[in-house]
Design a protein around this ligand. Structure first.
Ligand code: NAD
Length: 545
């Protein structure tokens, strides 16, 4: 919603979520804007309003009800919503994004209350530009777009997927100060193959099966052209597309428009951060590691490519870098000797090695220094697997990244127990601290939120022409630098998420620096990047809101 320019009547002002401030309107504002009598007598501070909503949210018995209560605040007063989220980011992040947003998307048609964002449907083919023209925002800096086909691990949720771009953009603002009035959530409603939704009388999306591939890619192309025509510098973040579409869209657009895919590249950035931190503990080079992935999907290949880039940056040849990385999928070790047809994204990692048919055999064969779980196969990092890793390595790197928690390859407790406290562990789901051998380990989640909001902010600030992989490495390096010696000592490969706002300033500045150094920026370089980025961050407590 844009800020309305003309003077609003008292009621309209109070109902406008960008203008109305409820009881925080001063006596003078009440007199000037015809609000006298429309509000009770109390004049409150923002802090009092925050306290009331916190109480109301806390009183809700389920995460989904808390999600809805937060959404209610947003419908009434956007700045207050963001103030609540910024001040309580660790507590509310799981409500506005995973895991609660998953349930919200599953039930989106049944909890739908008010429009937000832009829906482009299969029926709009040929007219997308007119649909985009209906967006009231004069300026849009960033779009998060999904087609709802692979929402988290929940499959095809069709138009219900809109909860994802909405939630993700809220995190861009909460974590890195992206201006929410210049952020647009988009759902490409290309139909759904979800039979339950198609039969649901309250389903909000297009009631048809998914479009054929050619029409689908044509619709996306029309969307990209239309938004670029209206907002030439807009950054497009692809989110929760099905694997083959995700890679195809990234390949198609990465060199043409400023865009990225967080599932592939944001994940890679945060996992490479974990590796950089592990290298600080091991005092070794990344290019000397031998890394075995369990899983060979979007996450695995995205991470693997960025790891190879990071090794090349250390001075290793690409051939040797790729040779350090191995994938293991549902059919066994990905090897050049496999007889089945391998997907294109696996080929660079299909080395001329024996095709081990169990993960344990692959570990015996390759003796990796690191295993990375992105297979959604729970408990696959068992006592034997982690035990072998600890036998071969003083500090085995064990990243169990599959989520939700029920899908994790191992828990934090298992990783530390099975390795007798030697594992360098990172996880995809949050785990509580673990006591072992008189020491407290503090495992931290490789949460994409450490990087994507700041990457977005850095690219928006510089009006980046494109978003190459180097941006994700720059973010990873900066984040790893921000991990304290004390964090590393406690087993944490990431800093505390509660510090996200200040971490984001540093990471966004590092991203901006990369953009300036690589001729991607379209603004003049300021004297101090950190100060300039910090000043460009939207702040809900700013008096102008
Ligand atoms: P995907 O569907 O693209 O890939 C899954 C891969 O697992 C496929 O290559 C498949 O062959 C493999 N697999 C399935 N069964 C297997 C088995 N029995 N043994 C070995 N491999 C098997 O999914 P994705 O997007 O790559 O995500 C995978 C997991 O990683 C999910 O649980 C996701 O939630 C998690 N993930 C975590 C983060 C994070 O922590 N930041 C980010 C992205 C994805």
């Amino acid at each position: 919603m844009t800020q309305c320019e003309k003077k609003l009547c008292g009621t309209c002002l109070l109902r406008n979520p960008w203008k109305g401030r409820g009881l925080a309107h001063t006596e003078e504002e009440r007199r000037e804007n015809g609000l006298t009598g429309l509000l009770p007598a109390a004049v409150e501070t923002r802090a009092q309003q925050v306290a009331r909503w916190k109480e109301l949210i806390a009183a809700q018995s389920t995460p989904l009800n808390k999600y809805l209560m937060l959404d209610t605040v947003r419908m009434i007063d956007e700045a207050l919503y963001f103030q609540l989220v910024v001040e309580n980011v660790e507590e509310y992040m799981p409500l506005i994004y995973t895991p609660t947003v998953g349930e919200a998307c599953q039930k989106f048609s049944h909890i739908y209350r008010a429009p937000r964002g832009l829906y482009i449907t299969a029926k709009d083919a040929g007219h997308v530009r007119e649909v985009v023209a209906n967006v009231p925002n004069e300026e849009v800096d960033i779009i998060v777009v999904t087609d709802g086909q692979r929402i988290l691990g929940l499959g095809d949720l069709g138009a219900n997927g809109m909860g994802i771009p909405i939630g993700k953009l809220a995190l861009y603002t909460a974590c890195a100060g992206v201006n929410p009035q210049r952020a647009l959530p988009v759902t490409i409603d290309a139909g759904t193959n979800n039979e339950e939704f198609l039969a649901d009388p309250l389903y909000i999306g297009l009631r048809q099966k998914r479009m054929d591939e050619d029409s689908y890619y044509a619709l996306i192309a029309e969307f990209v052209a239309a938004v670029r025509e209206r907002w030439p510098n807009v950054l497009i973040q692809f989110e929760d597309f099905q694997n083959t579409h995700a890679f195809a869209l990234l390949d198609e657009y990465r060199n043409k428009v400023p865009c990225f895919n967080d599932d592939i590249q944001g994940t890679a950035s945060v996992v490479v951060t974990g590796f950089y931190s592990a290298m600080r503990v091991k005092n070794e080079k990344l290019s000397d590691q031998r890394i075995l992935f369990l899983g060979a999907g979007s996450a695995a290949t995205g991470i693997a490519h960025l790891l190879a880039d990071a090794m090349v940056e250390e001075g290793t040849s690409r051939e040797k870098a790729l040779g350090n990385i191995f994938l293991y999928d549902s059919k066994g070790l990905v090897s050049g000797r496999r007889t089945d047809k391998l997907a294109a994204n696996k080929l660079p990692f299909a080395h001329d090695v024996e095709c081990a048919s169990t993960f344990e055999d692959a570990i015996r064969q390759l003796k990796p220094t690191a295993i990375v779980g992105v297979s959604a196969q729970p408990k696959s990092f068992n006592a034997e697997v982690v035990g072998m890793m600890a036998e071969y390595n003083e500090h085995p790197i064990v990243f169990a990244l599959s989520n939700p928690t029920s899908k994790a390859e191992c828990t934090a407790e298992e990783a530390y127990k099975f390795s007798n406290g030697t594992a360098l562990f990172a996880c995809g789901s949050p785990f509580a601290p673990v006591e072992l051998n008189g020491k407290t380990f503090v495992p931290r989640q490789g949460n994409n939120s450490y990087v994507f909001p700041a990457i977005g902010m850095g690219c928006i600030y510089t009006r980046a022409k494109s978003v190459p992989n180097g941006v994700f490495l720059a973010a990873a390096k900066k984040l790893a630098d921000l991990v304290s010696a004390e964090d590393l000592e406690n087993g944490s490969l990431y800093p505390p998420l509660s510090e996200i706002r200040s971490l984001s300033v540093e990471i966004a500045a590092a991203v901006a620096e990369y953009c300036f150094d690589h001729d991607l920026a379209q603004i003049e370089r300021p004297a101090c990047l950190k100060t300039a980025v910090a000043q460009a961050m939207w702040n809900p407590a700013d008096p102008q809101f």
